[in-house]
Ligand binder design. Structure first.
Ligand code: LLP
Length: 432
């Protein structure tokens, strides 16, 4: 009935998430409110790591991409499932550290890591630093030497696969701020340098070909390109790269019309591609890392808002204004991303209108969506926007000095706060 299977309608006609009445959640915790279904998060993590067991003999790790949703409670959940993390900043590393996350299970990313960040990562024993460029390699070698350690690294490679054309062609996509290009020889030169470094050890290669990708073919192609490069390194430098990180990017269902492949199919097909390419190249099958972000948390989350004004502009459109907007969900204004919405207290009724859901920020583009099918919504109703668990809380801002909403986790019929709602004091806490 809804885009995410964990949503339902109860006897009062209210929307439920993980079996809990969302109208009651809005009453108890206030709005706007992010609600995350912990069981679904865990289930998604398990589906990925069990598919590595099933199709690749368990020789791999799932690293949840924290940029999709990072907070201490999420780090604890990922850790308790035995999975790793992809972190991209000191803030994400610090969050993990404070949550007691095992730092050796973190891959540290970023195209412009500072010395402070690199030093922090080395000092706290981060498993791999995914080196993006040659200056970073030089700086990291120096920092690791000062600390007297040998830091494991991977290189971020641009495999030249355009995953968004549905053709997965080799586009020679070298115009990206991330990573080393293959076809210019940049990546190979960097590998040559890295293999002679003393305080960094190149153990793996990494690629990430995009996000919200429905098709599995580009992932298979990327894996093959990376393996051919590993073979070239072996052939020309006599050096063995043992790990392959294939990034994230698996698509999820935001709208009924979306039809992503099941996560299991991804690992099944990519494992098969890795195995056959390794055989053809005479390579040992590498240890594999995958970094799903959106696919772990997006469907597990909804955002609850209260309706303020209803504004009908005859012949043009109806605006339904809510008490949040681009400050807690900037994805429409940034990418025109589409969502489904439901009036949570009328969830059993038909979505008989088409409306524009408008945020409360002083900005005309501050919308959650246009032409959205919705039940008749009036002031005081609760609106749930669905599949907002990824890149909503993590991309929220304090524009207009709005306070960021709380994050509530639901599990086994209970709810609890994972992140507190910001207070007015939080808003001014750094002001002098
Ligand atoms: N690994 C790396 C190196 C990445 O750059 C990303 C996402 C991921 C993993 C996780 O990708 P996912 O499985 O979540 O697609 N803010 C945008 C998405 C940006 C993704 C950036 N990198 C959005 O809201 O759609």
């Amino acid at each position: 009935m809804f885009v995410s299977d964990n949503l339902n309608v109860n006897g009062s006609g209210h929307l439920t998430i993980g079996g809990i009445d969302t109208v009651a959640l809005a009453e108890e915790y206030g709005t706007p409110l992010y609600v995350m279904d912990e069981d679904l998060i865990r289930d998604n993590l398990r589906r990925f790591h069990e598919s590595i067991e099933k199709y690749y003999g368990g020789r791999g790790e799932v690293h949840f991409a924290g940029k999709a949703f990072s907070c201490m409670e999420m780090c604890r959940i990922v850790n308790s499932e035995g999975d790793g993390l992809d972190a991209v900043s000191l803030g994400e590393l610090y969050t993990a550290l404070k949550a007691g996350f095992p730092m050796e299970k973190i891959g540290f990313h970023g195209n412009n890591k500072s010395d402070e960040e690199l030093a922090f990562a080395v000092e706290h024993g981060v498993g791999h630093i995914i080196v993006d460029n040659i200056s970073e390699l030089h700086r990291l070698e120096k920092i690791a030497a000062e600390k007297g350690v040998q830091q494991k690294i991977m290189f971020r490679i641009k495999p030249g696969i355009d995953a968004h054309t549905h053709k997965a062609v080799m586009t020679g996509q070298i115009d990206s701020k991330f990573g080393f290009a293959l076809e210019t020889g940049e990546a190979f030169e960097a590998v040559k340098e890295a293999v002679s470094c003393v305080n960094v050890k190149l153990t793996g290669l990494h690629c990430h070909i995009g996000s919200q990708i429905f098709d599995i073919f580009p992932f298979e192609e990327a894996a093959k390109v990376m393996l051919r490069f590993i073979a070239k390194i072996r052939d020309e430098l006599g050096y063995t790269v043992t790990e392959l990180n294939l990034g994230g990017g698996f698509g999820i269902k935001y709208l009924e019309s979306h039809d992503p492949a099941p996560f299991e199919e991804y690992m099944e097909r990519v494992s098969a591609a890795v195995k056959s390419e390794c055989e053809a190249l005479g390579l040992e099958q590498p240890f594999i890392y995958i970094e799903p972000g959106r696919s772990i948390v997006a469907s597990a989350g909804i955002t609850l808002y209260k309706v303020g004004a209803r504004k009908e502009i005859p012949g043009i459109r109806t605006y339904i204004s809510i008490d949040g907007g681009m400050c807690d969900n900037p994805r429409y204004i940034l990418y025109q991303s589409e969502y489904e919405a439901v009036v949570a207290n009328k969830a059993g009724e038909a979505r008989s209108e088409k409306v524009t859901i408008a945020g409360r920020c002083c900005e005309s583009g501050d919308l959650i969506g246009e032409n959205m099918p919705l039940q008749h919504a009036e002031s005081g109703d609760i609106i749930a926007v669905l599949a907002t668990g990824a890149y909503n809380y993590s991309m929220a801002s304090n524009y207009n000095r709005l306070q960021k909403p709380a994050v509530v986790m639901v599990k086994d019929g209970n709810s609890r706060i994972a992140v507190k709602r910001e207070s007015l004091e939080d808003i001014i806490k750094n002001d002098i």
